[in-house]
Design a protein around this ligand. Structure first.
Ligand code: DQA
Length: 153
C-alpha cells in the first residue's frame, strides 16, 4: 500500500514521574536529551509514520490514570514510560487494561540490568510489548512497533 493512502493515527505518549527532569537527571543512566527534545523526535518520527503524537508528562499517579481514561476514543494507542510507577502502580496497570488501547511500554535504561526492584513491571502484562535499554531509541522503536501493530489489526 502507498504511504499516502494510510489512515492518520493519533498516539498518546505518556511520561511518568521525574521524566520532566531528563537532561539533568542522572545523565549517565538516562542520557542528556531533555523531555522536550524527546517529544520533538517522537513528533518527527510520527510524521514519517503518518501518526500524530501527543505528549503528556505528570509526576502524579492519579493524573496519569485520568489521562489514560481520557485517551479512550481520542487515541488509537499509547506509548508509555511510566518511570518508577512501572514498578509500583497497580492503578496504572488497571487503567490501561480498562481502556484496552494497544500500549507499548518503553524505558530509556535497561531495567533488567539495574536494581532488583526495577526488574518487575506492572505494565508489561497489559502492554503489547516492551522496549528497554536503548535510550531515546526505545521511544522511537516503541512508536514504530505501536504504529506497525495498529496498522496490522
Ligand atoms: C525508567 C526506569 C525506571 O526504573 C525509573 O524509575 C525511571 C525511568 C527508564 O526510562 O529507564 O524513572 O522508566
Amino acid at each position: 500500500m502507498l504511504n499516502s493512502t494510510l489512515q492518520p493515527l493519533s498516539i498518546l505518549a505518556l511520561h511518568g514521574p521525574n521524566l520532566n527532569l531528563l537532561g539533568q537527571r542522572e545523565p549517565g543512566i538516562y542520557g542528556s536529551l531533555t523531555l522536550a527534545e524527546i517529544n520533538r523526535l517522537l513528533e518527527e518520527e510520527g510524521f514519517k509514520l503518518q501518526a500524530k503524537v501527543f505528549s503528556m508528562q505528570s509526576n502524579h499517579e492519579g493524573i496519569l490514570v485520568d489521562t489514560i481514561h481520557g485517551a479512550f476514543g481520542q487515541y488509537q494507542g499509547i506509548l508509555i514510560n511510566a518511570g518508577a510507577y512501572t514498578h509500583t502502580s497497580v492503578a496504572l496497570r488497571d487503567a490501561i487494561a480498562a481502556v484496552n488501547l494497544p500500549t507499548v511500554e518503553v524505558h530509556l535504561s535497561n531495567i533488567y540490568r539495574r536494581e532488583d526492584f526495577r526488574h518487575h513491571s506492572y505494565i508489561a502484562p497489559v502492554a503489547i510489548g516492551q522496549i528497554s535499554g536503548f535510550g531515546v531509541q526505545s521511544y522511537l522503536l516503541g512508536l514504530q512497533a505501536l504504529v506497525n501493530h495498529l496498522r496490522s489489526i
